[in-house]
Write a protein that binds this ligand. Structure first.
Ligand code: AMP
Length: 469
């Protein structure tokens, strides 16, 4: 089975003296998209230098590593995978030497027909080092009958189905590609280099540009192959999909709220989700509180729409790392409180509306409802600023398998009972698209409607229902 549940960010820099350091900062800004590995490949005079490792960007790169990443072009990647495949071999960028020189590749998204491709390649003698779908792509590129990278990429991509926002670097160019459905974001920016020339930047999210002082120019379009070389920039639409399938979950949870994704402010989307949630489910209460940080913009929107005061009823400890040492059993019961602490000053005796961005397994909501009650709330009304999560994602967001998605298996009232809330309601699918001011045909919402916009050919995915485009 390929490592199909991956969350990632990609970054590319062209024509800047500090290319690797800009890539590093961009990855730093996009750390939320992947925390298990990080890597950068830089280029000087056609030669590639690679540094990658397991861990957070700040841990993987130390000053000597960045000093070694010389050159005026670079690509970078952060990755998170839940399939137990946390191997260094899977960390990206993937780098290889092909007939025509070095190629490095960073990929966000998941290709859904790699099982067959991998088998076919292995039958012909291909050797794989890791388990990612991206490695299949590298093999396809190396086997095309052309040395011209843009042609090779187009030929290779005609064989793959699924989600791919790609940044590719060779000895003489930087290429950015978005799949024809446009599942995952990819944006283009510019910045002046020290000689006053234009440097080009490509990133998964605009928050990377904000940090490095780059100007957001536009999205790489769905089905576009964009490249930069010594002759300047070039662009071609290499494929068209029957419909757009931009990931709605980027706006619900995944992207940073300060990013512009698919041409729209994520913060604004979340605030609008909160407003529509309130319109659809008017509820009497004394206070609206967010689950920090994911529910903050939606709770604000809910408060504005309903007129119910917004307060921070739960305070988050921002310094809880992954390496937290569990105390002995006798004092372990503080559980979620290490991260989230409810405030009696805000909650005691109150009818509380608590807003979160999504409810997946339900265990987080249950813990939060309990905390709020322990702090003295009279009533707890859980409001979810997205529809019930009923379908796993096969295109690059880590959602658990269907049997673990509570809304795929239980009724609204059963979920309410499980999370121990006085009431529970979700934003409707229609409300979500109203809030986005967009037609459903512009987005993939398979996690909420189980309509998968592409065939799912991998053995592990074949059971999922596929929507007719
Ligand atoms: P649970 O219902 O316990 O599975 O957790 C739901 C919470 O997890 C929500 O509050 C979200 O903020 C967060 N969440 C949703 N999707 C993801 C994801 N793909 N990766 C990590 N956290 C997520």
């Amino acid at each position: 089975m390929t490592g199909f549940r991956e969350e990632c960010a990609v970054m590319g820099v062209w024509n800047h003296e500090e290319a690797a350091r800009l890539a590093y900062l961009g990855l730093y800004a996009m750390q939320h998209r992947g925390q298990e590995s990080a890597g950068i490949v830089s280029m000087r005079s056609g030669e590639h230098v690679l540094h990658k490792g397991l861990g957070l960007v700040g841990d993987v790169f130390k000053e000597p590593d960045l000093a070694r990443l010389v050159g005026d072009a670079a690509i970078g990647h952060v990755r998170y995978s839940t399939t137990g495949q946390n191997l260094l071999a899977n960390a990206q960028p993937l780098a290889a030497n092909l007939l025509n020189g070095p190629v490095a590749l960073a990929h966000n998204g998941n290709i859904v027909n790699t099982d067959g491709i991998r088998k076919r390649l292995q039958e012909k003698g291909a050797i794989f080092q890791g388990t990612t779908d991206t490695e299949c792509l590298l093999h396809l590129i190396s086997r095309t009958p052309t040395n011209e990278i843009v042609e090779a990429l187009k030929m290779s991509l005609s064989e793959v189905v699924g989600a791919y926002s790609l940044v590719v670097m060779t000895h003489d160019r930087l290429v950015a590609i978005r799949d024809p459905n446009g599942f995952r974001p990819l944006v283009l920016g510019t910045k002046a280099n020290e000689k006053g020339q234009t440097s080009y930047m490509v990133a998964s999210e605009t928050c990377a540009f904000d940090l490095i002082g780059a100007k957001y120019i536009r999205e790489i379009e769905p089905g576009e192959i964009f490249w930069i070389d010594e002759n300047g920039t070039h662009s071609e639409i290499f494929a068209k999909a029957p419909r757009l399938s931009r990931c709605v979950f980027e706006h619900v949870y995944f992207a940073r709220p300060d990013s512009v994704v698919f041409g729209r402010s994520v913060y604004e989307s979340r605030k609008q989700f909160g407003r529509w949630l309130s319109k659809e489910n008017p509820t009497e209460a004394d206070v609206v509180i967010p689950v920090p940080d994911s529910g903050v913009p939606s709770a604000l929107g809910y408060s504005v729409e309903s007129g119910i005061p917004f307060e921070f009823g739960i305070i988050r400890n921002h310094y809880v790392g992954r390496t937290f040492i569990q105390p002995a059993q006798s004092i372990r019961s503080f559980g979620v409180k290490i991260k989230l602490n409810p405030q009696s000053a805000v909650l005691a005796g109150k009818r509380v509306i608590v807003v979160d961005d999504s409810l997946v397994r339900g265990t987080t909501s249950q813990k939060i409802v309990r905390l709020i009650r322990q702090a003295g709330a009279k009533e707890v009304h859980m409001r979810i600023a997205s529809p019930p999560t009923i379908g796993p994602c096969y295109y690059g967001v880590d959602t658990p398998q269907k049997s673990h998605l509570i809304a795929a298996n239980q009724s609204l009232d059963e979920i309410r009972q499980f999370i121990e809330a006085d009431s529970l309601s979700y934003l409707s699918l229609e409300g979500m698209f109203q809030a986005l001011q967009s037609a459903p045909t512009q987005f993939c919402a398979a996690c909420f409607d189980s309509k998968y916009p592409t065939p799912l050919e991998n053995d592990s995915l074949a059971h999922a229902k596929v929507a007719t485009p």
